[in-house]
Structure formats: structure tokens, C-alpha cells
Design a protein around this ligand. Structure first.
Ligand code: NAD
Length: 281
């Protein structure tokens, strides 16, 4: 049996085309401010990709490049200014921040109404309350869209999420729960991980360990979402052994071309949602 590949690039393209049409009908272009502190090469690539994606759909990107030694006070002042600029609809801080800046202290400074990454405590709380007015973090939102493109109704399915980060694992687990899955969150201290994963109709791997998930983790006919981005001597690898997933599962996302493009598409979607909320009649 060969699994069907869940093409995130193609689905993201569809989302972007829909957004482009929606944006063209707006009286002005939504604007996204992206703050990058320091010169981490991977972060610089991510920011450039976000700028290009914004431009392609008609969102105005505004990048703020700050030196690595920027103080908490200087960063806070910029965030405050952007919070108070009506023309800026969304604000994103590229992570990771340099070691002297604590993301847990900085992210809550973004206005919840402009928090298009969905990391503000208010928006995290709203997600738990199933409040549809929240901004859902982009990677988890993209993952649910990918899953539902293959299986529109996932009610009652067993889902295992490997990873409990604030950015991916935890929010995706809550979203799956909101979709009526029975959800287990596994992590670095979980015992008998392969056995647990083999109970999963939907397996989401968000770990950061190249090809951790092999055949013995995969339930036949299941749906596998590979979130991992691991740069190895043998090139870019996911958290899932793709050949094993192809052989055993019913659906699998590739790396690259799966979750990554959906993450960017959902950032654009959240930015348009922010614009619409801020410009309600
Ligand atoms: P993280 O380091 O914050 O969290 C990793 C999680 O994996 C932790 O909860 C930890 O308990 C768990 N873990 C670690 N080792 C484990 C093991 N051996 N067995 C079981 N669980 C284990 O990482 P993150 O920010 O959630 O990112 C995870 C991966 O997803 C990374 O490779 C990252 O680059 C990638 N990522 C991709 C996208 C995208 O858009 N495609 C977005 C965000 C993150």
C-alpha cells in the first residue's frame, strides 16, 4: 500500500488565491509588521519568505530589523508604537529571540487584536474556550486544515501528538480535541512511545528529531502529519521516516512541502482576519 501525499504547497496555494481575491476587494491593503532581532540566518530566510508571501497576495509587509543587542525596553517601545499605529493590522516577532530577551515577557506586549501568531496569553486562553474570535497559531491551524482536506470529519478518531510546545504540540492537541478527537499528548518523558503511537488514527509529530517516527510507530491506514524541520548532513528531514509512512499509512505530509507552506498561508489568513476585525463597520 502507498499512502497519499498531503500536498501542503498545493493547498496553501489555494488558500492564497482565495485571500488574494478577498484582499483585492478591500478598500486598503492589510499590513503586517514583522520584527526580527539579530541575524540568525534561518530566521532571516523565514522573514524574507513571509515578506514575499505577503506581497504575492496583496498584504503590505513592514519588516523591522533590529540589532542583536537590542534591549527589552527598545523592543517594547517598538511594539508599543506598532500597537498604536492604526495602519498596522498584525504584528509578528520572529522567534527565537536572542538569549537576553525572554519571549514569554515580550510576546504579551503585542496587542491581542494584532497578535496574528496567536501566542498572546489572551488568545491562548480564548483557544481553550473555543472562542472563534481568537487568532489560532499558524502551524496548528494549517495542520488542522491539512487533516480536514483528507478527512473532513475526524470525530471520535484517536489522535496522538508527539511534542508539547506552546507553538505547535499544545495548540494542535487542543484543536484536535475541539474537533472531537480523543487526544493523547506524548513528549520526551513518555513511556512506550512506539506502542502509544500505533494507537493513533492521526499522528502529529512535532519533535525536532530527524526520522524519529518509523514503521513501528505507525498504525496501518492512519494519517501522519510531519511538522519537523531538521537540517541534517543528508539534507532537510522531517520527524517521520517518509518511506516508512508511505508504506504503512493512508496519508502523509512531505517535508518540505507539507506543514511549512500551510503555516505561511495561515499567517496571511490571520492578518486578513485582523484587518477585518479592526475595520468592522
Ligand atoms: P520544541 O523543541 O519546542 O518541542 C519539542 C517537543 O518534543 C517537546 O515537547 C519535547 O518534550 C518533545 N520531545 C523531544 N524529544 C522527544 C522524544 N525523543 N520523544 C518524544 N517527544 C520528544 O519544538 P517545536 O517548536 O514544537 O518544533 C518541533 C519541530 O517542528 C521542530 O523540528 C521545528 O523546526 C518544527 N516546526 C515546524 C514548523 C513548520 O512550519 N513546518 C513550525 C514550527 C516548528
Amino acid at each position: 500500500m502507498t499512502a497519499q501525499i498531503l500536498d501542503g504547497k498545493k493547498l496553501a496555494q489555494t488558500v492564497k488565491e482565495e485571500l488574494k481575491t478577498k484582499i483585492a476587494a478591500l478598500p486598503s491593503a492589510p499590513a503586517l509588521a514583522v520584527i526580527i532581532v539579530g541575524t540568525d540566518p534561518a530566521s532571516e530566510i523565514y522573514v524574507r519568505n513571509k515578506e514575499k508571501a505577503c506581497q504575492a497576495v496583496g498584504i503590505a509587509p513592514q519588516t523591522h530589523k533590529l540589532p542583536a543587542e537590542t534591549s527589552k525596553e527598545e523592543l517594547a517601545a517598538l511594539i508599543k508604537r506598532l500597537n498604536n499605529t492604526p495602519d498596522i493590522n498584525g504584528i509578528l516577532i520572529q522567534l527565537p529571540l536572542p538569549a537576553h530577551l525572554n519571549a514569554a515577557e515580550i510576546l504579551p506586549l503585542i496587542s491581542p487584536e494584532k497578535d496574528v501568531d496567536g501566542f498572546h496569553p489572551v488568545n491562548v486562553g480564548k483557544l481553550l474556550q473555543k472562542d472563534t474570535e481568537t487568532f489560532i497559531p499558524c502551524t496548528p491551524k494549517g495542520i488542522i486544515k491539512l487533516i480536514k482536506s483528507a478527512k473532513p470529519d475526524i470525530t471520535g478518531l484517536n489522535a496522538v501528538v508527539i511534542g508539547r510546545s506552546q507553538i505547535v504540540g499544545l495548540p494542535v492537541a487542543h484543536l484536535l480535541l475541539n474537533e472531537n478527537c480523543t487526544v493523547t499528548v506524548a513528549h520526551s518523558k513518555t513511556k512506550n512511545l512506539p506502542e502509544l503511537c500505533r494507537t493513533a488514527d492521526i499522528l502529529v509529530a512535532a519533535v525536532g528529531k530527524p526520522e524519529l517516527v518509523t514503521k513501528e510507530y505507525i498504525k496501518p491506514d492512519s494519517l501522519i502529519i510531519d511538522v519537523g524541520i531538521n537540517r541534517t548532513a543528508n539534507g532537510l528531514k522531517g520527524d517521520v521516516n517518509f518511506a516508512d509512512a508511505l508504506e504503512t499509512a493512508a496519508y502523509v505530509t512531505p517535508v518540505p512541502g507539507g506543514v511549512g507552506p500551510m503555516t505561511i498561508a495561515m499567517l496571511l489568513d490571520n492578518t486578513v482576519a485582523a484587518y477585518l476585525k479592526q475595520n468592522r463597520p
